[in-house]
Design a binder for this molecule. Structure first.
Ligand code: HEC
Length: 189
């Protein structure tokens, strides 16, 4: 919470009203009647916040011939705008992490890897009201080409157990997302 909110009661009220308005305009996470999170249809418009190579969740040392998947992190654009304005996540914020197979193309003599087929899709929803038992965090794994996924948000769930203690800001790995860490004044550590 920002310290300037404590300076004047009237000022705090105005800021709180402003946040509520911005949150109302958020294109938040959508759930079906069974409470499953619907895979978003407008991903072409999402903001890319990071890319990584070989950060699959395993302990093996990286092999340069087979570096593991290429990970792309994206954020829903109205949530991104809210975050950039306020320096905190609005309820209903969605982050997507997509893993792509690394492909080598010998023509025209590319030395590195390019994005191949999509192999896994994961969403992290931040919502303090909906998920109070995990400090506002739920994780979703979309297997194959499924379009709905159930919340992984038990306190001992593996996603929760890594993200909450290890993510630099509010359960997210913002230390690895250049524009996000710059907004927060974080380093990569
Ligand atoms: C061992 C730690 C670890 C576990 C377990 C883990 N993650 Fe992550 N997650 C990361 C790291 C590190 C990143 C940063 C992005 C990268 O490295 O590609 C990340 C990033 C993410 C992001 C992007 C937004 C954010 O929160 O930073 C999503 C979405 C995500 N993970 C979903 C999941 C889901 C779903 C699970 C469980 C199935 C999971 N993660 C389990 C370490 C973990």
């Amino acid at each position: 919470m920002f310290s300037f909110r404590r300076t004047l009661a009237a000022c705090s009220l105005l800021i709180a009203a402003g946040s509520a308005l911005a949150q109302d305009n958020l294109n938040v996470a959508r759930y079906d009647n069974a409470g499953l999170l619907t895979y978003p249809a407008d991903l072409y418009a999402w903001i890319q916040t990071a890319a990584s190579v070989g950060s699959d969740y395993n302990e093996n040392p990286i092999d340069v011939e087979n570096p593991g998947t290429i990970g792309v992190v994206q954020m829903e654009p109205t949530a991104y705008k809210y975050f950039m304005e306020h320096g905190e996540y609005a309820d209903g914020t969605m982050y997507l992490l997509s893993f792509y197979r690394p492909e080598r193309k010998s023509d025209p003599q590319l030395q590195g890897f390019v994005q191949g087929d999509l192999v896994q899709r994961e969403i992290h929803v931040i919502d303090k009201v909906r998920y109070p038992q995990t400090a506002g965090h739920a994780f979703f794994l979309y297997r194959g080409d499924t379009t709905t996924a159930t919340a992984l948000n038990e306190p001992d769930n593996v996603c929760v157990a890594c993200h909450i203690p290890e993510g630099s800001f509010d359960g997210t790995f913002s230390q690895f997302y250049p524009d996000i860490r710059a907004r927060l004044g974080l380093t990569q550590d």
